[in-house]
Write a protein that binds this ligand. Sequence first.
Ligand code: ATP
Ligand code: MG
Ligand code: MG
Length: 552
Amino acid sequence: NVVSGNNFLRTIVKEDIASGRLSGELVTRFPPEPNGFLHIGHAKSICLNFGLAKQFGGRCHLRFDDTNPAKEEQAYIDAIQEDIRWLGFEWSGPIRYASDYFDTLYDYALHLVRNGNAYVCDLSADQAREYRGTLTEAGKNSPYRDRSVEENLALFDSMRNGEFDEGSRVLRAKIDMAAPNINLRDPIIYRIRKVSHHQTGDKWCIYPTYDFTHGQSDALEGITHSICTLEFEDHRPLYEWFIANLPVPAQPKQYEFARLNVNYTVTSKRKLKMLVDESVVDGWDDPRMPTIAGMRRRGFTAAALRNFCDMVGVARSEGVVDVAMLEHAIRDDLDKNAPRAMCVMDPLKIIITNYPDDKVEWLNAPGHPNRDDLGERSLPFSREVYIEREDFREEANKKFKRLVLGKKVRLRSAYVLLAESVVKDAAGNIVEVHCSYDAASHGADPEDGIKPKGVIHWVSASHGKQATVRLYDRLFTHESPDRGGEEFLDHVNPASLSIIEHCWIEPSLADAAPEASFQFERTGYFVADKLEHTSGAPVFNRTIALRDTWGK
Ligand code: ATP
Ligand code: MG
Ligand code: MG
């Protein structure tokens, strides 16, 4: 029941093949800046770029867009690679870095200077802003715009040699200060930044801007379709101007699509970094984060995320996707693939008075109701079991299809119980329920013909293991937490995490591999925590509750 959304870029590639514009391989790239962990929006870009390459038998490169060394880190480079692979994709060839091309980009800058297409400008940032003009008002030429080629070459050389302070000079393309598109008003192509770079060390103290780097890197790698988000639409004329004015080896084309926005969350690395830096969450991979690493730890599966991206489709119109659609994709995948298990989170002890004290039976239960390939599991049954406290009442009306004093209920995959009496403590709290069981009712209706109305989950008190269960809820209470300024932090849900200790799980769950997913029957989907789960101290994260309301 996963429906594919439209993808206009697939149509463009098909047309390019049909018209012969694309005669060789389709080559795309995924170009993250290593300044944070990837989020759900990046998952869409990954599925799009790697997905198109796969569909058309082409290649997709991974290129770190690393022109801003001050904000970038090796730890992010490592995490990004792990996330892409986990999502199920592999890049073609080596990992590439925009910084691999710094020498060539420098030569390209010299080429522009020599052709009179770039100049060194001494305006301060504030002055440059004034000269730039506005959307309704043309800009003014910089007083440095008419420097001679020789003077520009000498100044640019001095910039490169570290002779000037940061911010004192920039290299600008000489295009048109009256262009209606502000991106064409002599954009900066190099700035002085006296910082070490994670790849190139201290080799450079001038760094190319994103705009000067991106298209040329695409051309150097033979990218045929350079796909980016809509905010770069206005940069496309500049992208094309550089390609037209430089001796590049290929002619890539830029295409834009709408970013993925999901309600109840934020998709901006800068904001996600604030959540980490201000300890609102326990790190980039906190299971509440919309990062790929966080969603993975939460128990979202790679297949579900790929399906979700497919359902969303690729369009040019901005919109906000309902998080319920993402949750639907997760449930759909887990319902089909997650083995069933039982966990009691708020235990109430049941004593089965007619069950022998020393007896233990191992009852077979299906791993999954309609997946024989998931095999069977073996459940120990004994005189004492735990059920959920909320599954018992001394008195109740017919709507309560669980255990009631004097009535019957079936324990899932086991026997029918009849509740006979309760034991209370001094304060009047029920501490035990005494029941009898019908020994002939395993896998069969009770002999008296009265079928119990309900089926509840349970765990043997003598064999169950104790576990910590973490229940996660949405991180934000507001539908659009990041509309406006920084107040998105005010919308953080104070109850996004509840930790429940001493839950009882069926014993085999303790041996679950980290990252194994289960449906805890009647409760929700859970995953053994990637980092903290051990057989001695099991830890499960709730991926998502059972109830699906999307499309209902
Ligand atoms: P952020 O604002 O979160 O830092 P970004 O676009 O600056 O995002 P990059 O590392 O430059 O992050 O992104 C790598 C690729 O992922 C780019 O091609 C970018 O367009 C794409 N991308 C980023 N966010 C989204 C999104 N929300 N939806 C779709 N694609 C996205
Ligand atoms: Mg970017
Ligand atoms: Mg960014």
